[in-house]
Design a protein around this ligand. Structure first.
Ligand SMILES: [Zn+2]
Length: 372
C-alpha cells in the first residue's frame, strides 16, 4: 500500500516521511486510531516506504521488487501479529497460523475492524488475542538479520489484544535490535498497558473529514451525491462509510421526502401506502430510515445556528429542510428529534414498524404545526 492510497491523515503521513528522510525514526510507535480512520493502512504504507528501493519525497515508488512484495504482504522483513485463536482448542497458536487469511482479508479491506477480521476467520464467538508465545516469537524473529538488508518492521495490529502479555515486549520496545521498527496499532488507549504506552511514541489519528470520505467513495465509482450523503452519516470513519454503502439504499432521501410530504399535508392514502412499502423493506432498511430521519432533523435544526458550509445536507435535502422550517420553528423541530430517537429505539427492539411509523407521522405533524 502506498501513502497516496491512505485516506486523509496528511499530517501523520508527512510526519512519518520526515522521520525517514531525516533519519530520526522512533523505533517503537503507537498508532492510536479508532476503527475506520486508517491505522492499519498507514502502517502498511509506512512499512512499504521503509523497505522501498527508491522512495521519493512523498511516497514509496510502488514498482520496485520490495514495494511489490510489501504490497502483497509477503515482504520477508515486514512481520505481522494480530488477534487470533487456537486452530485446535488447547494448542498454542501464532498469528502466522493465519497469515494466508490475513493477506486475503487485508487485500480485500485494509479498513477492516477486529470484528470483520474475526468474522473472516469464522471465529463464531471466539475471542482473538495475541499470546505470550506470539510475543516471544516476535522477539526471536527480530533478533535475526534482515533478509533484504534494510529495515525489519513488526506491525502489531490491535495491540489491545496483548493484554498483560504485552509486558514480555517491554525490553524489546526499549531497546530493539538495529534497524528494527515496531508499529503498534490500537483503537482504545485505555486498554493498553501504561508500561507499553510509555515506551512508544504515540501518533493519534483524527476522524476523517467528510471531503476525504466522499472522495474515497467516489474513487470507488460511487456517484457524487450518494458519496456525499454517506460521508455525512459516516462519523469520520471510512469503515462506517463502507457499512453504510452496503445497507443504505440510493432512495433513502426519496423515502424521507415522500414521508414528510404525506405527513405534513395529512395525505392519509399516501401515508398508508408509504408505510406499507417501507415496512415491507425489512428491518435493516427500516432502522436505516430512522437513523437517516434523525440525521435529517438534526441538520435541519443546525441550519439556524451553524454556518451553511458546516451543515451536512445536500442541496435536495436543504430544500426539503426549508419546507420543514416553513411549518415549524426551532423549538418544535427540536422536539421532533427525541421523538424519532425513541421510535428508533423501538424499531431496534422489534416493535411493529407499521404502528411506529403511523404514530410517528401523526405526532411529527402535530408537533411541527404547534398542535401539541
Ligand atoms: Zn519501491
Amino acid at each position: 500500500m502506498q501513502f497516496k492510497e491512505v485516506i486523509g491523515q496528511q499530517e501523520i503521513k508527512q510526519q512519518l516521511i520526515n522521520e525517514v528522510r531525516t533519519d530520526r525514526i522512533p523505533h517503537a510507535q503507537m498508532f492510536l486510531s479508532r476503527t475506520g480512520t486508517g491505522g492499519l493502512p498507514m502502517a502498511l504504507a509506512f512499512s512499504q516506504y521503509l523497505v522501498c528501493d527508491a522512495p521519493n519525497e512523498s511516497d514509496s515508488c510502488g514498482e520496485c521488487p520490495s514495494c511489490r512484495k510489501a504490497a502483497q504482504l509477503i515482504h520477508p522483513d515486514i512481520h505481522f501479529s494480530f488477534p487470533a485463536f487456537p486452530k485446535k482448542s488447547g494448542k498454542p497458536h501464532f498469528s502466522s497460523d493465519y497469515i494466508q487469511e490475513w493477506r486475503k482479508a487485508v487485500a480485500q479491506q485494509p479498513y477492516q475492524s477486529e470484528y470483520d477480521w474475526l468474522q473472516f476467520l469464522d471465529a463464531g464467538n471466539k475471542q482473538g488475542n495475541i499470546t505470550a508465545n506470539e510475543c516471544r516469537e516476535i522477539i526471536r524473529r527480530l533478533q535475526l538479520k534482515s533478509f533484504e538488508g534494510k529495515f525489519k518492521v513488526q506491525i502489531i495490529w490491535m495491540a489491545e489484544s496483548l493484554g498483560k502479555e504485552g509486558n514480555i515486549l517491554l525490553k524489546l520496545l526499549e531497546e530493539p535490535p538495529a534497524d528494527t521498527i515496531l508499529i503498534l496499532i490500537a483503537e482504545n488507549q485505555e486498554l493498553i498497558l501504561n508500561t507499553i504506552l510509555s515506551r512508544t511514541q504515540v501518533k493519534s489519528f483524527h476522524d476523517l473529514s467528510i471531503d476525504d470520505i466522499k472522495e474515497a467513495l467516489m474513487q470507488q465509482d460511487i456517484e457524487a451525491e450518494r458519496a456525499e450523503n454517506i460521508a455525512f452519516l459516516a462519523d469520520g470513519s471510512f469503515h462506517k462509510a463502507l457499512e453504510l454503502l452496503k445497507t443504505t439504499s440510493n432512495d433513502i432521501f426519496n423515502w424521507m421526502e415522500i414521508w414528510l410530504t404525506a405527513s405534513m399535508n395529512r395525505q392519509a392514502n399516501d401515508l398508508v401506502q408509504f408505510i406499507t412499502k417501507l415496512s415491507g423493506e425489512g428491518r435493516e432498511m427500516n432502522k436505516q430510515f430512522f437513523e437517516y430521519a434523525l440525521h435529517f432533523f438534526r441538520e435541519c435544526l443546525a441550519l439556524k445556528f451553524k454556518s451553511p458550509d458546516k451543515v451536512k445536507l445536500t442541496l435536495k435535502e436543504r430544500s426539503l429542510a426549508q419546507k420543514v422550517w416553513q411549518i415549524g420553528n426551532f423549538d418544535r423541530i427540536a422536539r421532533v428529534i427525541p421523538l424519532i430517537e425513541e421510535r428508533h429505539y423501538h424499531v431496534e427492539r422489534n416493535v411493529n414498524v407499521k404502528y411506529i411509523l403511523m404514530d410517528l407521522s401523526i405526532q411529527t405533524e402535530k408537533i411541527l404545526r404547534g398542535k401539541m
